[in-house]
Write a protein that binds this ligand. Structure first.
Ligand code: SF4
Length: 730
């Protein structure tokens, strides 16, 4: 019951239903969440919510919460205590580990973790001794990450929702923000109405978003690339490309021009169904009525050619000079609230937090940050080779439950999965990949830790060895989340954990203790709790979110997560009204500690004692010299060979499987290539002109071969080069 004589306190947290990052102000009385309103001060949502956001309180107080730990006994759920449940889980995990090795456990996280939860989960899996850790970005925007990272360095949105207001022309493809990201549409419509921008929606369906368009282009499903090539045909024919931008910043565009020449208006109309006159009209708008931006979502990415779609979009932006300025860029609308953060923190079979690969240098870096020896980390894995080998992605784990070791390569399917740990608030892959049900019944252990009983837990055709652990929602704990535009917002605990639920941090801490107890019984020296949580502040039997973020700040150099301290993020939330709605910059009347910051300190944001980096509102700012982070881009594109798309810039894909971490395939192709063969004289000269020393770097993450240059140019994934650029310790 609510004692209405008690004062109402107001607490800010972030909506968890999509990646826009709207702030919710919760009203709490007597410890009960009694009211809610969209936060007027938030520069993202400015007092608005969509229907989904208006219902977040239901996540906490809805009647479908898991109230206490349970396990399946003869097909019936039986109540347990936390201690009993974790004791049994720890025992079973150690039994599996002893019999089948650390790789026989799959750790499935989620894009609904806080940043701190995602990071801790990846760290936990690393200390368990496996790279079998993944989340749902595998099947949503991982093709985006591969496509844009491959073109210009960072696998992320270049601008922001708010900046869309600055565009004169916008194309929305493969997305329906009116329904999926409703609050973002206010920024799109402000651009259309106040800036008189062209709003072009290219979609096979006439969606609610299309209903707002100034130009609706209906295409045949799956013809995104032909339509982009067709636009480029008109752009090159009429000389509408941005020649100066291409000369200064882009290489490989001549190859694009040669390919595009084949995509005549008649051919494009035959393939896409779009009349030639309309195609010319939108091409002219996009190229000449600038700045222009391209907005996409999962209609573009959840395809067998998802990566290639994203490459095509990026090339259109480059050809028209629409990168690195206000109102331009790739505005990529993510799905869940923290897809960006979960990806940034390595919930991925191919990387460590902050896109460090799995090579020795990366492991040495994180071992240093974690305060343990590199050698002790190797000892946790089956071998050093396994430590450096990508795990099995979500898209194949159901095979790995049942399929034998891949005798030919030894790199994948090396052992059958015996146990699966599903964490992270709706890491409910089963609903998106029904075939994933296959094999679940064969697991020796399935643990689902979630606020709600997900399909994953209840659909599994199992009668025992399945556990449900009640986890808090994000509104019952503290932590930060990264929105689509790379900005980070701090969510504060609204109410205490309800029923017997615990937050992810405490659940992992206690699980580590249970594993240790089971190891001790077996006289094993293997320990988790003392090592994983070594430098973290422990309060009430759980690590604090603040201390986890501070550890992230120490280690996540490559992506620029070093400046977003908990204190700065909290100040941003407290003074949201001091940020400009369009530029997202703190105004002159903001407190001195945040003056000049961009809202949420979008990464890269470098922490350096002598100066305060404001965050990067717009990536690849072309007002800067490339040496200073202004960016240089590749516009090379793919050539199909036997169904394999070999991209002329050295990366290659087999449909969207590029992102599926096929190490054997990648290794074989790389062996046939040879680095110098891919680095042309033109590219070498271009790199040298920019003052860089170039070297090809192998990076199996996402199957990409990347060129890495010193001085901060194209240094994605290479912490050392990035650190050199900013004169930071690596
Ligand atoms: Fe929540 Fe997204 Fe709706 Fe905003 S637009 S209220 S973040 S679901």
């Amino acid at each position: 019951p609510v004692d209405i004589s008690k004062p109402i306190t107001r607490v800010k947290n972030i909506c968890t239903h999509c990646s826009v990052g709207c702030t919710v102000t919760a009203e709490v009385q007597n410890g009960v969440w009694v009211g809610q309103e969209p936060t007027y001060a938030s520069p993202i949502n400015r007092g608005t919510h969509c229907a989904k956001g208006a219902s977040v309180r239901e996540l906490v107080h809805g009647d479908r919460r898991i109230k206490y730990p349970m396990k399946l006994v003869n097909g019936q759920w039986q109540r347990m205590t936390w201690d009993a449940a974790l004791g049994e889980i720890g025992e079973k995990l150690m039994a599996v580990r002893q019999a089948s090795g650390p790789d026989s456990v799959f750790w499935l996280g989620s894009a609904k973790f806080s940043n701190e939860g995602a990071y801790l989960f990846r760290k936990f899996a690393a200390f368990w001794g496996t790279n079998n850790v993944d989340h749902q970005a595998r099947i949503c925007h991982s093709t985006t990450v591969a496509g844009v990272a491959n073109t210009w360095g960072y696998g992320a949105q270049t601008n922001s929702y708010n900046d869309i207001r600055n565009a004169k022309t916008m194309i929305i493809m493969g997305g329906n923000p009116a329904e999926a990201h409703p609050v973002s549409l206010q920024h799109v419509l402000s651009g259309k109405e106040m800036n008189r921008a062209n709003m072009i929606v290219i979609d096979p369906r006439f969606t609610r978003t299309a209903a707002h368009a100034t130009e609706y282009v209906r295409i045949r499903p799956g013809t995104d690339i032909p339509i982009i090539w067709g636009m480029l045909w008109h752009i090159f024919q009429n000389g509408w490309e941005d020649k100066e931008f291409i000369r200064q910043r882009v290489y490989g565009m001549d190859d694009v021009r040669a390919e595009v020449a084949k995509w005549t208006p008649a051919e494009v109309e035959r393939v896409t169904g779009v009349p030639g006159a309309q195609l010319r009209k939108v091409a002219e708008m996009f190229a000449t009525q600038k700045p222009s931006t391209l907005i996409w979502c999962m209609g573009a990415t959840q395809k067998t050619v998802g990566t290639a779609n994203v490459r095509a979009y990026s090339i259109l932006l480059l050809a028209t000079g629409n990168v690195g300025k206000e109102g331009t860029g790739a505005n990529i609308f993510r799905g869940h609230c923290n897809v960006q953060g979960a990806t940034d923190f390595g919930l991925d079979v191919t990387s460590l937090p902050a896109y460090y690969g799995l090579d020795e240098n990366a492991w040495r870096h994180w071992s240093r940050v974690w305060g343990v020896s590199y050698e002790s980390m190797i000892a946790r894995f089956d071998s050093k080779a396994m430590m450096e080998t990508p795990g099995i992605p979500t898209t194949r784990y159901f095979d790995a439950v049942t399929m034998p070791v891949n005798a030919q390569t030894g790199l994948a399917q090396r052992d059958n999965f015996k146990a699966m740990m599903v964490f992270g608030h709706g890491g409910n892959t089963v609903t998106r990949m029904p075939e994933a049900v296959k094999g679940l019944e064969k697991l020796d252990l399935l643990v689902v830790a979630d606020p709600h009983p997900t399909t994953f837990a209840v659909l599994a055709n199992r009668r025992e060895n399945t556990y449900l652990l009640p986890i808090c929602t994000q509104f019952e704990t503290n932590g930060s989340r990264t929105a689509s535009n790379r900005s980070i917002q701090w969510g504060s605990q609204v109410v205490k954990p309800i029923f017997e639920s615990k937050d992810d941090y405490e659940a992992m801490y206690r699980l580590a203790g249970a594993i240790d107890a089971a190891a001790q019984k077996r006289n094993m020296t293997f320990r988790m709790q003392a090592e994983v949580f070594k430098d973290l502040e422990i309060k009430d039997n759980a690590p604090t979110a603040e201390s986890i973020l501070r550890e992230i700040n120490r280690g996540a150099i490559s992506t620029g997560y070093t400046g977003q301290s908990p204190e700065r993020l909290k100040l941003h939330m407290q003074h949201q009204d001091k940020f400009d709605l369009v530029t997202l910059r703190a105004k002159d009347d903001a407190p001195a500690e945040i003056r000049g910051d961009f809202y949420g300190l979008p990464w890269p944001c470098w922490g350096k004692p002598e100066w305060r980096h404001p965050g990067s509102h717009i990536l690849y700012n072309t007002n800067l010299h490339v040496k200073e982070g202004g960016g240089t881009f590749r516009a090379r594109f793919g050539v199909e060979r036997n169904g394999v798309s070999l991209l002329a810039d050295g990366s290659f894909s087999k449909g969207s499987e590029l992102t599926d971490g096929y190490p054997e395939f990648t290794t074989a192709v790389m062996a046939r290539l040879g680095w110098d063969a891919e680095l042309t004289a033109e590219e070498k000269a271009s790199i040298q002109r920019q003052g860089g020393t170039a070297s090809w770097a192998t990076d199996l993450s996402m199957g990409i071969i990347r060129v890495t240059m010193e001085h901060g140019v194209m240094a994605y994934g290479n912490a050392k080069a990035r650190a050199n650029a900013w004169n930071l310790p690596d």
